[in-house]
Design a protein around this ligand. Sequence first.
Ligand code: HEC
Ligand code: HEC
Length: 299
Amino acid sequence: MSRILKFMGYVVLALLALIGVALIAVYQVSAAKLRQKHTVTAKVPPILTDAAAVERGRHIALTRGCLDCHGKDLGGAKVIEDPAMGRLYGPNLTTGRGGRSSEYADVDWVRAIRHGIAKDGHTLVLMPSVEYAHFTEDDLASLIAFLKSVPAVDRDRVPVKLGPVARVLLVAGKFKLAADEIDPATLQPAVVKPGATVDYGRYLAIGCVGCHGSNFSGGKIEIGPPDWPPAANLTPHESGRLAKWTQADFFRAMRTARRPDGTEISPIMPRNFGQMNDEELSAIWLFLKTLPAAKTGVR
Ligand code: HEC
Ligand code: HEC
C-alpha cells in the first residue's frame, strides 16, 4: 500500500513539475513576443489642423471605438481586468500627467494607429490597429488632428499586464498582435471618398470583420471569450435576418440596438457604430446588399 502511495506521490510530483515547466515556457515565450521591437518607417499623411479636420477626427474617434477603450476624455480607461486575461487599460492619449502624447511626433501617431507599434518600438497589445491600418490618408490625418487637440487630462497610466490565459492564447497564436498581422511592405492606405456608395460602405465595414467574419456570415467570434454570443449573419442569406430587413430596420437596429421584432441586440455588438451618420450607415447598408448570400457561420 505504502509503495503504491509513494509511487502516486512521484507521479503527482512529476505532473506538477511538468506543469511548472510548461508555465515557465509559456511565460518566457510570451514575454519574448511582447518585448519584440519593431522598426517600421511609417509614411505620415499631409498634416491637417483646421477645425473641420478636428471635427471629422472626433467623429472617427467616436465611431471606431477609440473613446470606448481610451475613455470619453481620452485620459485612459479600463478595457479588461481579470485574473485570467490580465490588466489591460487603454492608455491616456492626452498631454496630461500619465499621457505620452507630448512626446508623440506625427510619425509616432501613425505608427501606433496604422501599425500597432508604440513610440519605443514595442508591440501594442489589444490596440486593434488591424481595423485602422487601411484608413485613408485623410481619415488618419483628421484623427491625428483631433487627438492633438484634446485637452490635457491627468490620469496615471496603468501598465498593461497579461494574465496566464492571455499568455497561453498569445503563445498559441489565438490572441494576435496587430504589429505581427500588419505587413508594412504591402500596406496601402485606402483611396475612397465619403459618400453613400458601396465602395465607402466596404471601407467602413472593415470594422465589422473581426466579429462578423471576412464574408460577413457571422457565427462564432474567434477573438472573443467563450461567453460571447455568435455574431449575426449580415449577408442576405435566408439563415440570417437581414435578408428581410429594410434600410430603416437596419438604421434602427444600429442606432437603438433593437431588431424589428423589438428584441434587444446583445451589448457585445459595439454601440459606437450607431453614432455613424446617415451617409455612413447608408453606405454600409448598400455594401451589405452586394454581399453573396452565405449560410450563418460558414466562413
Ligand atoms: C479595444 C480597445 C482599444 C481600441 C478600440 C483602441 N485602442 Fe488604442 N490602445 C489600446 C491599448 C490597450 C493600448 C496600450 C497597449 C500597450 O501598451 O501595449 C493602446 C495604445 C494606443 C496608443 C499608444 C499610446 C501610448 O502612450 O503608448 C495610441 C496612440 C492609441 N492606442 C490610439 C488609439 C486610437 C486613435 C484609436 C481609435 C482609432 C484606438 N487607440 C482604439 C486599446 C484600444
Ligand atoms: C465586437 C464584435 C462586433 C463587431 C466589431 C460588430 N458586431 Fe455586429 N454583432 C455582434 C454580435 C455578437 C451580434 C449578435 C448579437 C445578438 O445575438 O444579440 C451582432 C449583431 C449585429 C446586428 C443585428 C443583426 C441580427 O440579425 O440580429 C447587426 C445589424 C450588426 N451586428 C451589424 C454590424 C455592423 C454593420 C458592424 C460594423 C460596422 C458590426 N456589426 C460590428 C458583434 C459585433
